[in-house]
Design a protein around this ligand. Sequence first.
Ligand code: NAI
Ligand code: MG
Length: 358
Amino acid sequence: MTSSHSIAVIAGDGIGQEVVPAAIECLEKIAGIHGLDFDFVPFDWGSEYYLRHGRMMPVDGLNQLARHEAIFLGAVGSPDIPDAETLWGLLIPIRREFQQYINLRPVKTLDGVASPLASNEPIDLLIVRENNEGEYSEIGGRMFRGLPQESAVQETVFTRMGIARAAHYAARLASSRRGKLTSATKSNGIIHTMPFWDEVVAETVAEYPDVVLSSELVDALAAHVVLKPWTLDVIVASNLFGDILSDLGSAVTGSIGLAPSANLNPERRFPSLFEPVHGSAPDIAGKGIANPVGQIWSGVMMLDHLGHPDAARHLQLAFEAALRNGAGTRDVGGTASTAEFIKAVLEAIDTVPHDGPA
Ligand code: NAI
Ligand code: MG
């Protein structure tokens, strides 16, 4: 029986235009093998759309996206437009209105990719970033622009519900893995919101007797991610801390070009969004050298979310095999172009054994 899915595709800006079609080629091939049928529906939203229409997406953009089961996004951002416009005009409204309150970001060492760390210990950690509130709030303002007394205020917002649902999600994940959950905090310096975060996380995780919770100050945790990342299992963090820690995590595993992410609405009332952690990389856009792994891996997470773990695992093993065989792009020390790497992944899909146990 064929299982069909309608996927909204926003390739967006810069290398998004390169890595999204590359990843779709791989997804199409996997779909053919596993009896899936994807209807990839493109949306030309992003910075060029903004320059023509004065907004990142149409007024009814979210309604259009809501008709699809998932959203597959490349990146948005252009040197010609303030980043706040591109982010708040597209990505943040999608994450909020579709209640994608979990941003899941795996950090894993891959064979064939050198880590900048001296140790070869394998890293396998999941970052659960609270994705709807926290430091990324619209509350605040600027006054007296251009005058000596110019000032800016930005309020951080945490709710019991928002913290608890992120902590539940992270605790369930930790419980299915090595049972270790680390909460990123800063309750020594940020004396209202962060003690609240700590309390709600601790109360929530107490419901999971098989999960050991440790709370680490985010500065020390950043050092921990560099010095001993292999001791970490699942990290739960606020919007800002999770954002920073996941870029750091991808750096210690070799390249930001590798890192995937899923913006999840766990209740599935709304579509979830799958996108690499990296941005539009204007410095390498148009050169055909972008690493498509972060985008492909985001596709793996999408397959899992859509209920196709076998297809997900097959694609994961295929891109891992291509990297192991030395087919990587320049950012991971190889010489391949995006197209050459994709060719290696498509070949690996045919050759990699994928039915055995994980
Ligand atoms: P970036 O992630 O685009 O690039 C940082 C560095 O990593 C650059 O040197 C770039 O060449 C390299 N890099 C990134 N992805 C790569 C890949 N797949 N293969 C090889 N090298 C890769 O971050 P940056 O430069 O801070 O931001 C550029 C634009 O992207 C900005 O407008 C920013 O706002 C936007 N951005 C968008 C995001 C999104 O759409 N979710 C996330 C992060 C940034
Ligand atoms: Mg980031």
